[in-house]
Write a protein that binds this ligand. Structure first.
Ligand SMILES: Cc1cc2nc3c(=O)[nH]c(=O)nc-3n(C[C@H](O)[C@H](O)[C@H](O)COP(=O)(O)OP(=O)(O)OC[C@H]3O[C@@H](n4cnc5c(N)ncnc54)[C@H](O)[C@@H]3O)c2cc1C
Length: 438
């Protein structure tokens, strides 16, 4: 990361408000998961969040079995009211519908979940608190605090409605501040513009008829509202089980190409859905909201000078399908493990080696898979979306459809359990590992 001004000592009326072994900035899935795993490891962790809970987060609210796996690893009870289970995905391509059940793997559960982020994020943050993490809400980090060598030794923030300046000191800081990536940017960790990026919007609708569906519905044949050209994305209708559905669409941004008007694209698509689904202005429950999706591990280094980047701040969203909750939680867990190990060592080279284990482990888990996904997103999906992959030849062959679904959702057993695992694991292993530069 590039050098920034030395701010140690401060230049304003700041107080040292709290000390911790690790300060985590942002209590979304990445931050709460990092805080939970750190607290479980006996680390004194302070979680800073600019908002209060419960709060909204623009999202599709859908979890694949990989995401459910992360919740189970945290001991979150997903059997109670409010969690809606899915059996798989239903892809719609023109006049064809393809039903794909989640695979029965040894490593992952065989169901997905939906739950509004309004509830989900609060459940996760309370879970982290119960494990021992301290939470300060209405605290907005404004930048990293660095010592004379440029190492991060805490964060600067403003707290409360009056925006009182505060400083929090800790030997390690985890940036889980989402797409803004404010802390990372302040240290010069900029987005790699060669990696794919997407924009998505969503809205809730009252749709009793679709709300209890067992499949996540995905429409792969989005068209430009004026030209009719195929678009690089998909639309979704995710059942929430409470009388509502989460409806939205996500679109890869294409370099040198003007993005279509997403609202008009959504309206044109929803006009094709059956009227009894109620996906119109009359059935809407709340406003349409949009946000960016940083993908493909697009911000590096994920560790440098005392700062670890997790979740969207590191661009961990999957370039294959736009899924980011699971990846946020998983990166939070991996970062927590590295930080907890590092803190058992004195400051210096041995501690740094443990911290460098974080990007190394992300690379081991996702490096090749994301590299392949970045390639697919850039050269295939960004041209005409998922439609070519879901052509008639593939969709009429259950093994091919199953394999494609498992590739898109990163669901295989390793060591391989069946032929699909074997093919996918081999494909990923044959992909050259990313280097520090690529
Ligand atoms: C429309 C849309 C649909 C999506 N659908 C899905 C889906 O269905 N499934 C899926 O898996 N993923 C989906 N994603 C992606 C997913 O929402 C993100 O990848 C995920 O939320 C990332 O989690 P995070 O914890 O890294 O960041 P966030 O969830 O953004 O959390 C960041 C937290 O940091 C706080 N914060 C930010 N700045 C500061 C600051 N300066 N100081 C203190 N706190 C701060 C924020 O208030 C927030 O609480 C979707 C994204 C969009 C935009």
């Amino acid at each position: 990361m590039a050098d920034v001004d030395n701010v140690s000592g401060g230049d304003g009326p700041e107080d040292v408000a709290a000390d911790a072994q690790v300060v985590v900035v942002g209590a979304g899935p990445a931050g709460s998961s990092a805080a939970y795993h750190l607290a479980r490891a006996g680390v004194d962790v302070l979680l800073l969040e600019k908002d209060d809970f419960p709060r909204e987060k623009v999202c599709g609210d859908g979890l694949t079995p990989r995401g459910v796996h992360q919740l189970l690893r945290m001991g979150v009870d997903v059997s109670g009211e409010g969690w809606h289970r899915s059996r798989g995905m239903r892809w719609v391509v023109g006049d064809r519908e393809v039903l794909i059940d989640w695979p029965g793997l040894a490593r992952f559960p065989d169901f997905g979940l939906t739950r509004t982020r309004h509830d989900f994020d609060e459940i996760l943050v309370r879970h982290a608190q119960t494990a021992g993490a301290r939470l300060h809400t209405r605290v907005k980090a404004t930048g990293p605090l660095t010592d004379r060598t440029g190492r991060v030794v805490g964060v600067r923030a403003v707290a409360g409605p009056g925006g009182t300046p505060v400083t929090y000191r800790a030997p390690l800081v985890i940036a889980a501040d989402g797409t803004s990536a404010r802390l990372a940017v302040a240290l010069g960790a900029h987005r790699d513009k060669a990696r794919p990026m997407a924009t998505a919007l969503r809205r809730y609708y009252r749709s009793p008829i679709r709300s209890h569906e067992e499949y996540l519905e995905l429409w792969a044949d989005l068209r430009h509202p004026s030209t009719g050209d195929r678009l690089p994305g998909y639309g979704w209708v995710f059942p929430l089980g409470d009388g509502r559905v989460n409806v939205g669409l996500g679109m890869l941004t294409r370099p040198h190409k003007k993005s279509p008007d997403l609202r008009a694209t959504l309206n044109a698509w929803l006009a094709r859905t059956p009227p009894e689904w109620g996906l119109d202005d009359k059935g809407a429950d709340g406003p349409l909201r949009s946000a960016a999706l940083p993908m493909g591990l697009n911000r590096r280094p994920q560790y440098g000078r005392g700062l670890l980047l997790v979740g969207d701040s590191a661009g961990t969203i999957s370039p294959w399908n736009g899924e980011g909750i699971c990846q946020a939680m998983e990166s939070g867990e991996v970062a927590a493990e590295a930080a907890a190990l590092a803190l058992t060592r004195p400051a210096g080279p041995a501690r740094e080696r443990a911290l460098q284990g974080y990007p190394a482990e992300l690379n081991r888990r996702w490096g090749r898979y994301y590299r392949l996904g970045n390639f697919a997103a850039t050269y295939i999906l960004s041209r005409s979306g998922f439609q070519p992959l879901l052509n008639r030849y593939i969709t009429e062959r259950p093994a091919l459809v199953g394999g494609l679904a498992r590739l898109l959702t990163h669901l295989t057993d390793d060591p391989s359990h069946d032929a699909i695992d074997h093919v996918l694991n081999t494909l990923i292993r044959l992909t050259p590992a990313p280097t520090a530069r690529r």
